[in-house]
Design a protein around this ligand. Structure first.
Ligand code: SF4
Length: 408
């Protein structure tokens, strides 16, 4: 028996990729452990979207030198986006590293394990236990070239998984107990499998026995087609929360970022989503190299207009190899100041959004006897106790911080 410790950095797609890689390891007799000192192998699945995430993964890899010295038969696998970006240089710098498996090669992970000669002949994979909410990857890669983003170069262009494989994966997870399926892709709503559109895929997943709710992340504003908006309106199993990154409120900066939409188009899309009952959260980059005070003021005004449920705000940080990395950076004190102004605004508006929910009815998937998550992604505390996994309809009577208190 081979005990594997898995360390995942980054987004939900990486969480899903770690599960997939573990399936291939389990076919070779591996079981998971959360005790590093008892592990025979370590799988580090890495992120390179921000410098900080890559440093954390490399620093963990550095600390494993001692772990490996204690038992040279131990195996270290470095996978994912940072592995793709840094490639062969890694084995030179960390000679004790056994396998480098870049993000573009996730589909070939099984062959990579076989080629290493370190594992037994594969048998039947053993899937990890499934929780109430399960990830299903539907596409990999990205066809955009946002000037600050390293994803297209480490993950490559879009490839969509066949719809029948996606439905089989979702059905297997629903059978194993998942009530909520989260469909994953870098521009998830651009999914297209010949005859199956993203809207039609959402409907089909929602019809799988046992599936109570379908979520998806991360969509792109350009792919909220009329068909998709109609599907959202008509299918109550599709969650009323959409995470839609905007990145800037200035059309000029959006063009320099090559995001492919204007401020006006973004606002038009979220108004249509809000009309369908959806709450919107977003990502915002503060201090892109060409961002002026006026551009930043437009981001603030967009936040006012958009009424986001939440906004994850980041200071711009250059990624080597991207076009924006050639641009002159803004001074750090300007980035700090703008970030702090934006965070305060976002916090105040989110408080108001929570207060506005008082009196509304929420559909809640219970994750604990008194606590669950609503379709709009609010955390909800119920007055009475319910079995975990049940869907409960309840009315909001109070909002405190980021928690809604409800009565059934
Ligand atoms: S849409 Fe832009 S930000 Fe998102 S992954 Fe693709 S290139 Fe990166």
């Amino acid at each position: 028996m081979l005990r594997v410790f898995i360390q995942t950095y980054g987004c939900q797609m990486n969480e899903a990729d770690s599960e997939e890689m573990f399936l291939h390891l389990s076919a070779r007799g591996a079981v998971r452990t959360d005790q590093l000192d008892q592990a025979d192998a370590v799988l580090i699945n890495t992120c390179t979207v921000r410098d900080h995430a890559e440093h954390r993964a490399l620093s963990f890899l550095g600390r494993l030198a001692k772990w490996k010295r204690e038992n040279p038969k131990r195996i270290i696998i470095f996978a994912g986006c940072a592995a793709q970006r840094l490639g062969k240089a890694l084995q030179k710098r960390y000679p004790y590293l056994n396998i480098v498996a870049g993000a573009k090669g996730i589909e070939h992970f099984s062959e990579t394990l076989d080629k290493s000669g370190l594992f037994a002949t594969p048998g039947q994979p053993v899937a990890s236990p499934v929780g109430l909410s399960a990830y299903v990857t539907i596409m990999r890669g990205c066809n955009f070239n946002c000037t600050y983003c390293i994803v297209p170069s480490v993950r490559g262009p879009v490839t969509c998984l066949p719809a029948q494989d996606i439905l089989a994966d979702a059905a297997r997870k629903a059978k194993a107990g998942a009530k909520e399926i989260m469909l994953l892709g870098q521009t998830v709503n651009a999914y297209q499998d010949g005859t199956v559109s993203f809207a039609s895929l959402l409907n089909r997943v929602s019809e799988i026995p046992g599936v109570e709710r379908v979520r998806f992340t991360s969509p792109h504003p350009l792919y909220f087609t009329d068909e998709l908006l109609r599907t959202l309106e008509q299918n109550p199993k599709i969650a009323r929360h959409i995470h839609l990154p905007v990145q800037s409120g200035s059309t000029k900066v959006l063009q320099e970022m090559k995001r492919g939409y204007t401020r006006e188009l973004f606002l038009e899309k979220i108004r249509a989503l809000q009309a369908a009952g959806c709450h919107i959260s977003t990502d915002i980059i503060v201090g892109f190299p060409t961002e002026t005070e006026d551009d930043f003021a437009q981001t603030l005004s967009l936040v006012d207009e958009a009424q986001f449920l939440a906004a994850y705000c980041f200071k711009y940080s250059p990624r080597q190899g991207t076009p924006a990395a050639q641009m002159q950076l803004l001074p750090e004190n300007i980035l700090e100041k703008r970030l702090s102004i934006l965070l305060n605004k976002v916090r105040d508006l989110a408080d108001a959004t929570y207060q506005r929910q008082i009196g509304t009815v929420q559909e809640v998937l219970m994750e604990e006897p008194h606590k669950g998550r609503s379709s709009g992604s609010f955390w909800v505390q119920t007055k009475t106790s319910h079995p975990v996994g049940n869907m409960v309809s309840c009315k909001v009577v109070k909002a405190e911080g980021t928690l809604l208190f409800c009565e059934e």
